[in-house]
Design a binder for this molecule. Structure first.
Ligand code: ATP
Length: 351
């Protein structure tokens, strides 16, 4: 737990985070939910009010045992959004900076710096002044500098936020490749859900200083634990349901569209306190026809071509349903269609 001085609420409440060896775990959540505070507590840049932090089997912080290992002895490597590289130094000097203390011979420093620069593909630029680099290259210098002291865990705080969209994608791939090649544990803070899904072994979704969900990206996307998580990760139609009954192996309920059928979820279904989530790619638009099970007549309100697919809004009796339909379809605003949702693509959410 961590409460900043003068604050009425803790920035981070009692959370339990584990980063297994060799895994990349992301902390994902909206601005102000406590991601950076968590990371800074692990790095030793902030002190929690209470709790315990262990890195590689060693306790680096314990309020009970009164342990507080200083930042420079925690054996972490940190990469910040702002790069935080020294403008008056060359690439090589920047990367060598963490090794300036300690008893490491000059030749070993040189070797380690070369290895780190090799890993991030910057060997050719070793003697270049750091300011004469592109944003992506500067971020690679920051990564090499985080790696040079052979840390037990890498900590990333929104490392790609200052880069343009295309560079962000290639850099996230590079970070993932380096992390996997070294088999190092990494904790990665982001508010970008696509980045989190793409890069992680496990995603931790936070809100208001608490953890709402932890799991592999695919599980978090396909079966989010709650309404908040579902809306934060990816796009979805969420239908409030009422009068939920079991019927022929499926559940039947009323929702704004009419009757909807969905699978029984033993974990969630004991009352009406549920919603039904349907991802946009699981809604199909077929030729007009009568209403039947999980098929509702509607009219396309808008169809935007996004390159890989069409993003459609459909009106079903005053209710808007959003669908992502294949690039090869030719949906047009005004077209009459049937909105189809397979029961097995419906996911039950606790409200
Ligand atoms: P962002 O994505 O915007 O960086 P975050 O999830 O990383 O957000 P934190 O930076 O950890 O969130 O902030 C959590 C809460 O603590 C926020 O309410 C913030 O205003 C507050 N906070 C952060 N740093 C300080 C500080 N140094 N002093 C006081 N309050 C702080």
């Amino acid at each position: 737990m961590k409460t900043y001085r003068g604050a009425t609420e803790p920035a981070v409440k009692g959370i339990d985070v584990e980063v297994p060896d060799g895994e990349l775990v992301t902390l994902l959540g909206p601005s102000g939910c406590g991601k950076t505070t968590t990371l800074r507590c692990i790095a030793g840049l902030e002190s929690p009010d209470e709790g315990r932090i262990r890195i590689g089997g060693r306790t680096v912080f314990s309020s009970e045992e009164r342990i507080r290992v200083p930042t420079n002895r925690r054996n972490t490597g940190m990469v910040f959004q702002s790069y935080a590289i020294w403008p008056h130094m060359t690439v090589l000097e920047n990367v060598a900076y963490p090794l300036r203390v300690g008893r490491i011979s000059k030749s070993e420093v040189r070797q380690r710096v070369n290895d780190a620069l090799d890993l991030v593909g910057l060997s050719e630029l070793a003697d270049r002044p750091a300011p004469n680099l592109s944003g992506g290259q500067q971020q690679r210098v920051a990564l090499a500098r985080a790696l040079v002291s052979e840390p037990e865990v890498l900590l990333f705080d929104e490392p790609l936020s200052n880069l343009d969209a295309q560079l962000r994608e290639s850099m996230r791939q590079e970070i993932r490749e380096v992390q996997q090649r070294l088999g190092i544990a990494a904790l990665y803070v982001t508010h970008d859900q696509t980045e989190a899904l793409a890069i992680s072994d496990q995603v931790i979704v936070m809100s208001d200083g608490e953890i709402l969900d932890i799991g592999p990206p695919q599980r978090i996307y396909e079966r989010p634990s709650s309404h908040f998580v579902a809306e934060f990760i990816g796009l979805a139609n969420i239908f409030e349901v009422a009068d939920v009954k079991e019927d022929g192996g499926l559940m039947t309920a009323r929702c704004d569209l009419g009757t909807i059928r969905f699978p029984r979820d033993p974990g969630a279904l004991s009352s009406d306190e549920v919603s039904v989530l349907v991802r946009l790619e699981d809604v199909s638009l077929e030729a007009p026809g009568p209403s039947s099970e999980n098929r509702w007549p509607g009219r396309i309100i808008s169809a935007l071509f996004l390159g890989t697919l069409w993003d459609c809004f459909v009106d079903v009796d005053g209710v808007r349903v959003r669908a992502h339909v294949p690039r090869t379809a030719q949906p047009k605003a005004g077209d009459a269609v049937t909105v189809c949702i397979r029961p097995e693509d419906c996911v039950t959410l606790l409200r």
